[in-house]
Design a protein around this ligand. Structure first.
Ligand SMILES: [Zn+2]
Length: 338
């Protein structure tokens, strides 16, 4: 039978300010988000670095795979930020000449024609900006999501050369040709999932998982008739198709807290910041998106920094429904934690 102080300790346990034995293990998930996402994720990671938040594992999709790969490889984020603010369009977008498209479609009935732009320039840009070229040489475990077109299923890469896998994850169908890796074709993973949260949550004994979600918001859902009069309206259609998904962890707030749905006890911290628009495909305005994302991350996370860096499982605020789920499922670390 429990004594009164054991009962009191159990009741107060969740609010205990005692730090865990070892430093918290924090994972980062970077969502898909188009060109804007590349700048936004860079600003987000710069803010984490400036606040001294260490990363134990990371996963990304599309724009998140690009920035996640660069950061995990050990590249200085300020150098990368400078590179993407100066990048020229031909370093990531090399559409076929119009006569080639017409020839392929009209004369060749589209045989073998798989996308408007090649991916060699993008891959080359990544290779030049990566410090390590393989997953195995990254500073922490990294996972990149794409869709395998041969089997029509989601894949999560964690081994091999980074650049082709980053490019595969970001190769938006129709705009980019799929990337061939070891004989299979791959395209943008955002088609199946915006952010591969399950890739690391229960594989690395994490205490907290910070999700940076930067998909477009569609507050103006009925405005498509206006959109079709804008330049690049085709891209807006693709955008809407990709970002119609609302994953389980999102709320309607810029900052939300949940427990991992598997019951491992890790806290999922979700940032869905309000960011400026960045019309595709130009890079003008990228620096502003980057800076706003950096500032929003700092503003949203700074009040919880102490909790995050000491004992996120016990000290971060969580909704009552999540607390109940946590109690019913137990709060042990993932058995598969590495
Ligand atoms: Zn979990």
């Amino acid at each position: 039978m429990k004594t009164w102080y054991q009962k009191l300790a159990a009741r107060l346990g969740r609010r205990s300010t005692t730090a865990p034995q070892s430093p918290p293990r924090i994972g980062v998930i970077l969502s898909a988000g188009g060109s804007r996402g590349v700048y936004a994720h860079t600003g987000f990671l710069l803010a984490l670095e400036q606040m001294g938040i260490p990363i134990s594992a990371a996963a990304g999709c599309s724009a998140g795979a690009v920035v996640g790969g660069i950061a995990a490889s050990g590249t200085d984020l300020k150098v990368w930020a400078d590179a993407i603010c100066r990048v020229k369009r031909e370093e990531f977008w090399t559409p076929d000449p119009v006569r080639h498209v017409i020839w392929s479609m009209a004369r060749n009935r589209g045989i073998g024609y798989t996308g408007l732009s090649g991916t060699a320039a993008g891959m080359d840009f990544f290779r030049r900006n990566l410090t390590a070229q393989t997953f195995e040489d990254c500073r922490y475990p990294l996972y990149i999501m794409a869709i395998n077109l041969d089997r029509a299923e989601k894949v999560v890469f964690s081994h091999g050369e980074l650049a082709p896998r980053m490019m595969a994850s970001a190769a938006i169908p129709v705009l980019y040709k799929p990337v061939n890796i070891d004989g299979s074709y791959y395209s943008d993973g955002a088609l199946v999932e915006l952010a591969p949260v399950d890739a690391i949550c229960c594989n690395h004994g994490l205490d907290a998982l910070i999700v940076h979600q930067v998909g477009q918001h569609f507050g103006r859902k009925g405005d498509m008739s206006e959109v079709v009069r804008q330049p690049w309206s085709l891209l807006e259609i693709i955008n809407r198709l990709l970002f119609h998904q609302r994953p389980w962890y999102l709320s309607n707030e810029e900052l939300g807290f949940k427990y991992c749905s598997c019951g491992c006890g890790a806290v999922v911290v979700v940032l869905e910041p309000e960011l400026p628009e960045l019309p595709w495909p130009h890079t003008k305005g990228g620096a502003r998106v980057l800076e706003v994302a950096r500032q929003r991350t700092e503003v949203l996370l700074r009040p919880h920094l102490d909790a995050l860096l000491t004992d996120p499982r016990q000290r971060l605020p969580l909704p009552p429904t999540d607390l109940q789920m946590q109690r019913s499922r137990g709060a042990g670390r993932c058995a598969t934690g590495q």
